[in-house]
Write a protein that binds this ligand. Structure first.
Ligand SMILES: Cc1ncc(COP(=O)(O)O)c(C=O)c1O
Length: 403
């Protein structure tokens, strides 16, 4: 039977104290015990349903975690204070001195910087590969490799990972396949396709209102218990804990994710098709010209579409900046990093979200100066938006007037 992530979220029923339609928010950092023995058992991890201290877990965080685990089809999940607060403990939990990671070379700049600059201080090395070439991935495996890391749809180049293919390689070599699914919630369900661990920056589409940062790790109960372990758990000990008030607000926003993703995708596809027809170099997984269009189709939960992220290349950073400033002046969106907001956001990744990647490596992976990354908003009248964007491009000579 087809996997229906939105149904799984809908089917979760949480009553609040006093019969509230939203679960009560746990406004406490610490919890009482009626007996000292139960406190001891809880420390030992043997008292299900008891809360100890909110860095470890809290009812509000568990509600959100369970909803995200349901969405991704994993046993459970652990929420964190940011996406990086989910990514970094997972990698530090899975790897120790001498271990090796294989990562896609096109990933979020912060993750890249963590792998490239930070983990080597703990003798964990990373090989960066073209994730679309399964042969290259397998060839990079050494006897020390522990993790395959990728984004389902990569930031910012929108490369698509063949999750089934990567999962087969991971299984064959007993590696953990860790997939950051931030760009494609609901559209792609990596765990269902064979990933061992699914991560999100909740900051983006899932929360959707650009008012907080947040993250989640979805995986097995065993992994999440390890991350939360009071003696050696990286989430527990590094302490990137989400606040309960935020967990409650993210959970409410999660309830409308399916409607938002459909609108982001509808608008994204419309603009991508128009931009491409105008002769702009456009990258969007929903376009037939995208090298992994068929692959995306073979993995997607079709009703949520190809997502809200697209890129165009306007030739130079100067032109990209001019266009973004003009579009912002015309109220078409904001010149801002991040994504998944109700309003369109645009930025030039080479000088912003991917600036951690050295210039020569940016060139090698195809991240050009004139690239603009769009996170398309929820605009009701996307044709009007297109006409106005097209007007800006003509005004700046990016498109010739006749088009
Ligand atoms: C794909 C991806 N993963 C992870 C992150 C990091 O998330 P956060 O900013 O919530 O720490 C980002 C942030 O831009 C991202 O785009």
């Amino acid at each position: 039977m087809a996997f229906k992530p939105a149904n799984r979220i809908q089917d979760l029923q949480y009553f609040g104290e006093f019969g509230g339609v939203n679960p009560s928010i746990s406004d406490s950092s610490t919890y009482t015990f009626l007996s000292a023995k139960t406190m001891f058992d809880t420390f030992e991890g043997n008292a299900d349903g008891c809360y100890l201290y909110s860095r470890h877990s809290s009812p509000s965080n568990l509600y959100l975690g369970e909803a995200l685990a349901a969405m991704e089809g994993t046993e459970t999940a652990n929420v964190s204070a940011s996406g990086m607060g989910a990514i970094t403990p997972v990698l530090m939990q899975l790897c120790g001195a001498g271990d090796h990671i294989i990562s896609s070379r096109t990933i979020y700049g912060g993750t890249y910087a963590f792998l490239k600059n930070f983990l080597p201080r703990f003798q964990v090395q990373t090989s960066f590969v073209d994730i679309t070439k399964l042969n290259a991935v397998e060839a990079a495996i050494t006897k020390n490799t522990k993790v395959l890391y990728c984004e389902s749809v990569s930031n910012p180049l929108l490369e698509v990972a063949d999750i089934r293919g990567l999962a087969a390689i991971a299984k064959k070599h007993q590696l953990k396949l860790v997939v950051d699914n931030t760009f494609s919630p609901l559209s792609i369900s990596p765990a269902v396709l064979g990933a061992n661990i699914v991560i999100h920056s909740l900051t983006k589409f899932i929360n959707g209102s650009s008012d907080t940062v947040g993250g989640v790790v979805c995986g097995t109960q065993e992994l999440i218990n390890e991350l939360r372990n009071v003696n050696h758990g990286a989430s527990m000990l590094l302490g990137s804990t989400m606040d309960s008030l935020r967990a409650a607000s993210v959970l409410k926003n999660l309830r409308t994710l399916h409607i938002r993703m459909q609108q982001h995708s509808k608008n994204g596809l419309f603009l991508a098709q128009k931009f491409e027809a105008d002769g702009l170099k456009t990258v969007y997984p929903g376009l037939e010209s995208h090298p992994s269009h068929e692959l995306f189709k073979s993995m997607m939960n079709a009703q949520y579409g190809f997502g809200g992220m697209l890129t165009i290349d306007v030739g130079s950073l100067e032109k990209a900046n001019e266009l973004m400033e003009l579009m912002q002046n015309r109220n078409l969106g904001y010149l801002a990093v991040s994504l998944g907001f109700y309003k369109t956001l645009f930025s030039a990744p080479g000088t912003s979200t991917s600036s951690e990647i050295p210039e020569n490596e940016q060139k090698e992976m195809g991240l050009s100066d004139g690239l603009i990354r769009f996170s398309i908003g929820l605009d009701d009248d996307i044709e009007r938006t297109y006409e106005m964007m097209n007007g800006c491009m003509k005004e700046l000579g990016i498109l010739v007037m006749s088009k």
